[in-house]
Design a binder for this molecule. Structure first.
Ligand code: GLY
Length: 282
């Protein structure tokens, strides 16, 4: 089977992102998807999806890991989840603080019976398993917080969907949340609405978590593909349903037949994919 991979870096914010930022995001996504595709050639879809998301978390252009948005009380709380399409195992962390790569904590939880942890307990688990202190705050996020640039909030997350040489699918998603949200708010990214995979399809979402949860978006698209729709039709039908409440979301996906598809409800999600060739958002 030809390996395939697609990643997203949330939405381009026309109100706060410059042309320079757009080019920087194009370059970063192109480099990360190329590196993750090389990795996928010798690793499983699950390992590659985790690896790609960790690279996205390490890039401060995106709202996940380093450079995450700051919440209304001045703290950064991050959420991430992974799902293996073959085993149907889902694991995640919700509102974890002070770690470098939330996606690696989610990966660590995969082998535990209690596979989704939140808040301080997620952090204690991380510390018990060797994840050291890391402050993900960057000066630009701090400035945005201080100026209360709320218009840039709500549209950032990173994600990856991969299909490996054995035909297995996986998805991983990570976020710093909406920015300026109430402490305790739960993102879609560590739920099956924002990240889902089985033997038929894998999906990672970005956008406004509340809209994505209302639509049960990732799980619904994967169910539709499982029941026989093409990935494109399943995504388009589900995005059409978002219009009922002007839902704000972007989706990347791959099906077991090798179909890659991405779609957004508003301009515009930033993404890159690699199979036979590299493709990057324009
Ligand atoms: N999709 C990220 C969030 O709403 O938290």
């Amino acid at each position: 089977m030809q390996e395939k991979i697609i990643i997203h870096g949330g939405f381009f914010s026309e109100s706060s992102d410059s042309e320079e930022v757009k080019v920087a995001k194009q370059n970063a996504l192109a480099n990360i998807v190329k590196e993750a595709f090389e990795f996928l050639k010798t690793h499983s879809a699950m390992d590659a999806a985790v690896y790609a998301v960790s690279l996205l978390e390490d890039c401060d252009l995106f709202n996940a890991g380093l450079g995450s948005q700051i919440q209304s009380d001045g703290k950064i709380r991050m959420s991430a989840s992974i799902m293996d399409g073959e085993s149907k195992k889902f694991s995640g962390v919700i509102n974890i603080e002070d770690v470098k790569n939330p996606v690696f904590v989610a990966e660590k939880l995969m082998s535990f019976e209690d596979s989704v942890l939140s808040g301080p307990e997620a952090l204690s688990f991380a510390r018990q398993h060797g994840f050291s202190y890391f402050n993900p705050e960057t000066s630009s996020r701090k400035q945005a917080y201080v100026k209360k640039l709320a218009e840039s909030a709500g549209v950032g997350t990173v994600g990856c969907v991969a299909l490996d040489r054995n035909g297995k699918l996986a998805a991983a998603t990570s976020t710093g949340g909406k920015g300026f949200e109430l402490p305790g708010r739960v993102s879609d990214s560590a739920t099956v609405a924002g990240n889902y995979a089985n033997d038929f399809a894998a999906i990672s979402c970005t956008g406004v978590g509340e809209d994505i949860v209302r639509a049960a978006l990732a799980a619904k698209i994967v169910t539709r593909v499982t029941d026989g729709l093409s990935l494109e039709d399943a995504c388009n039908k589900s995005m059409q349903e978002l219009k009922e409440f002007d839902g704000f979301a972007g989706v990347i996906g791959i099906s077991s037949t090798g179909e890659i598809f991405k779609v957004d409800s508003h301009p515009f999600m930033v993404w890159a994919s690699y199979s036979d060739t590299l493709e990057v958002f324009q």
